[in-house]
Each structure stands twice: as structure tokens, then as C-alpha cells.
Design a protein around this ligand. Sequence first.
Ligand code: MG
Length: 203
Amino acid sequence: MKIFCVGRNYADHAKELGNAIPDEPVIFMKPKSALLQAHTPFYYPEFTNELHYECELVLRISKNGKYIQDKFANKYYDAVTVGIDFTARDIQNELKEKGLPWEKAKAWDNSAAIGKWVPFTNLKNKKDIQFALNKNGEEVQKGSSTQMIHDFDYIVSYISNYFSVNIGDLIFTGTPAGVGELVVGDEIEGFMESESLLKLEVK
Ligand code: MG
């Protein structure tokens, strides 16, 4: 199982971190060990002093493929949920400054949390999926799939030109503006179409 992530896929988020809006999707990966298993506590990692949440729509790949054309890409994913791309922002900033890879900031154990899956067949409007994140009961992030610079089909097609996609792979599709810091004791809750799909506390 592979976890693909898209960076800078919402213009307002790229802007808040001072990044240029890319022409092509920015792709990075997290290993399988990054996936926070259900009913497992999330612990604040000891190596960072600036843990950030990034709430994102996550796709589940349902068919093996390579060199998938954009127009057929929707046959390759079957469910969506909200997830958190946990980021050690202090480490990421250091690495970015030096032009080094991001793994130490993004790909550590339990840095990818996902909510309950919702099959696409259950969604009324597959092109406009609303999602939000609450921190300690207050909304901190809010977005819609319509705000993505690169849409689901383009992302799946693009990724498949470089990597085979396989059943069970996950794609974190990018975060809207409003990312921010977490401290021990914070509770976050992710919503899609107003339904709570993910809830966790930072231990
Ligand atoms: Mg992200």
C-alpha cells in the first residue's frame, strides 16, 4: 500500500505558506507505517516543536493501473474521506530552505490519519465535496473539491504516469488555507458534507 500526497493544490493555502502556485501537481509520498491505525492514539512526536494539521480529502484507489487517461481516471477510485496530513512544520521549513527532501517532516510514523470511508455512489455531488476541520470545537479549515487546482481525475492520471497505482493505495489531495499548530490535549474533528468522519486527540 502506498500513500500519495499532493502539495499546494489550493491556491489560498500555497499563498499562506508563501509558496508559488505550481503548474504541475507537487507529489510526495508517505510509507505504509505513516498510516495511523484506527483506535490507535496519536502522540505528539518528540522531534518537532511545531506540529501542524492539514485537513484533506483522501481518495481510495480501487483498481490497479498505470498510464491512466484523465477521462478514465474516475474508474480507479471508489471512496473518499477526510484525512490529516500531519506535518512537522519547523522541520519542513528547514528542509525546504536547504532544498532537501521532506520525509522527516511529513512521512514519519502515524503522520497520516484517515476517517471513515464514504463510497462515491453515496455522494450527491461528486464534483463539489465540502469538508471542514474543527479544532477544540471551532472550525479552522473549510474547503471544497471545486477549489482544487488539479482535480481528482487529473491527479490520479498524473500520478499513474510515474507510479503504478494499486488497490488500497491512498491519495491525500491537498489542504485548503487555515493550517495551524497543535499542542498536546487538542482535539480535532474532520467533516465531509457535514458528517463527522474523523476525530482524534493529540496525546
Ligand atoms: Mg498536505
